[in-house]
Design a protein around this ligand. Structure first.
Ligand code: NAD
Length: 497
């Protein structure tokens, strides 16, 4: 069986705790790999390596950093398929989807290649007699990233490229469910010339996470995962004096107005609800049909959903793969099984689905629930599987009120041909990322990604300008170079007026 070990100081470091976690191929249900689970002492050793590396990396020139980042970009580009294969083998998503995740992560490396422009400070000359003021931004030191299973390459790349471009050193704690992609990313960074200790990968579970949150030498923590853990990370890391951004779960709504192109809306709903088997934090999990279009829209979604081909992620014919674990599959199924009792009409029931020749895989088919009640479990919880809920609203206002009543506020979308309604929606909706006729409005790398309410704890979104701000701290330098010919001003105890 393959073993995934830590990557510390530019090399593989074997796990020393004696604890390992199982990594499963979701398409077969077989345990293919074991991943080392770090103890608090091993986490400390990695942080010490990163702290040591910061002494020189934090002082390195921007030219030296961008040289590495450009080389890294080229290596990632050349290894897209290899990274995607690792993702599919442990996460289960189809290869094309895994390639998309690599591409979106690469976008942040490209942003980091331009750090020279992003890190330019500000200068005000002659604010007073011979006085200039400069604002500069400096790295924080050692920063940590804790990432979820659903994007094992992209989410780490939302974090470390910008963190190291800003001069920090990084300790990444990836999901223990699909750990291999993270090691590949770190190996390639070393190959690109990133000095040893600048990017370290420590595998583990709650023990490793809590050790990072408590560590006095960790200056900041970026977290992406579920809402309960995001809340724990934010509370604990903040109490320990760290800067923290903690992105949580979601329930993303798509509001479809009566004037929308219903075929385009149905295409978008099916792609956004069932892509990656619904295991995306920006998946559409609730469609709100406004006015009398509900029945027609549900029928169009059903027709399309029934045609989706489910199978192993490494089969080019598959459009949707399995879920991450059997336990998660059973939990997702329980929402579908309980839906009718809680008032929903089950239009498609994906439970009990299996793929011939892969009977032990974590399969589930596509489910479509109509007339879902807002107080039902299927609506209230983030299911994180291929289950789409449809709700009905009489008016635009009722639809917006329904969406705004959700405790989550990650992404949302409106489908309409009415520019005025779309404009109102942008301003009135309580979510961090809004799509107008775009179902999954993930911002491009040079904007920032983040939700509102229970979808993000902290005040920085991730990557883009917010990312650079998060990984640096500001300093303002006020300088006077007096002209000796003017003599000394003398003592003045007053406050400058
Ligand atoms: P998770 O919260 O279970 O795990 C995330 C990370 O936290 C992992 O590294 C895990 O090892 C660690 N962790 C788990 N339990 C912990 C505990 N009790 N104490 C300390 N650390 C712990 O999330 P997941 O199941 O891996 O990922 C799916 C979730 O992530 C979904 O809720 C999804 O919406 C969310 N997500 C959010 C975004 C976003 O940008 N908002 C992006 C991707 C995923």
């Amino acid at each position: 069986m393959k073993t995934v070990n830590h990557w510390i100081g530019g090399k593989t470091v074997e796990g020393a705790s004696g604890n390992y976690g199982p990594v499963t191929d979701p398409a077969t249900g077989e345990v293919t790999t074991q991943v080392a689970l770090a103890s608090a002492e091993e986490v400390d050793a990695a942080v010490q390596v990163a702290k040591e590396a910061f002494l020189s990396w934090g002082q390195s020139s921007l030219a030296a950093r961008t040289k590495v980042l450009f080389a890294y970009r080229a290596l990632l580009d050349a290894n897209r398929d290899a990274i995607a294969e690792l993702i599919t083998a442990e996460h289960g998503k189809v290869h094309s989807d895994a390639l998309g995740e690599v591409a979106r992560g690469l976008e942040i490396v490209e942003l980091a290649c331009g750090i020279t422009t992003q890190l330019k400070g500000e200068l005000s000359t002659s604010v007073s007699n011979r006085v200039d003021v400069a604002a500069i931004r400096q790295p924080l030191g050692v920063v940590a990233g804790i990432t979820p299973f659903n994007f094992p390459a992209m989410v780490p790349m939302w974090m470390f490229p910008l963190a190291v471009a800003c001069g920090n050193t990084f300790v990444l704690k990836p999901s223990e469910k699909d750990p291999s992609a993270a090691n590949k990313l770190a190996e390639l960074a070393t190959e690109a010339g990133l000095p040893a200790g600048v990017l370290n990968v420590v595998h583990g579970d709650k023990v490793a996470v809590d050790a990072l949150l408590a560590h006095p030498d960790v200056a900041a923590v970026s977290f992406v995962g579920s809402t309960p853990i995001a809340r724990h990370i934010h509370t604990t890391a903040s109490a320990n004096g760290k800067r923290v951004q903690a992105l949580g779960g979601a329930k993303n709504h798509m509001l479809v107005l009566p004037d929308a192109d219903l075929d385009a809306a149905a295409d978008a709903a099916v792609s956004a609800a069932y892509g990656s088997a619904g295991e995306r934090c920006m998946a559409i999990s609730a469609v709100v049909a406004v006015g009398a279009i509900g029945d027609e829209l549900v029928e169009k979604i059903r027709e399309r959903a029934e045609k989706i081909k489910i199978g192993p992620g490494n089969d080019p014919a598959s459009e949707m793969g399995p879920l991450i674990t059997a336990a998660h599959r059973d939990k997702v199924a329980s929402y579908v099984k309980g839906a009718a009792d809680q008032g929903a009409e089950v239009v498609l029931d994906g439970t009990g689905y299996t793929v011939d020749g892969h009977e032990n895989g974590h399969w589930i088919g596509l489910s479509l629930l109509d007339h879902v009640k807002t107080d039902s479990d299927a609506y209230r919880d983030e299911i994180f599987g291929p289950v789409l809920c449809v709700l009905r609203a009489e008016t635009y206002e009722e639809g917006v009120a329904l969406i705004n009543a959700s405790p989550f506020g990650n992404g949302t979308a409106i489908f309409t041909r009415d520019g005025g309604a779309a404009r109102r929606f942008q301003l009135e909706i309580e979510a961090g990322m809004v799509g107008v006729n775009v179902p999954i409005p993930v911002p491009v790398g040079y904007h920032s990604f983040g939700g509102w309410k229970d979808s993000l704890f902290g005040d920085h979104h991730i990557y883009g300008n917010d990312g650079i701000h998060f990984y640096t701290r500001g300093k303002v330098v006020t300088t006077r170079w007096p002209d000796p010919s003017e003599g000394h001003a003398g003592v003045d105890l007053g406050f400058p007026r």
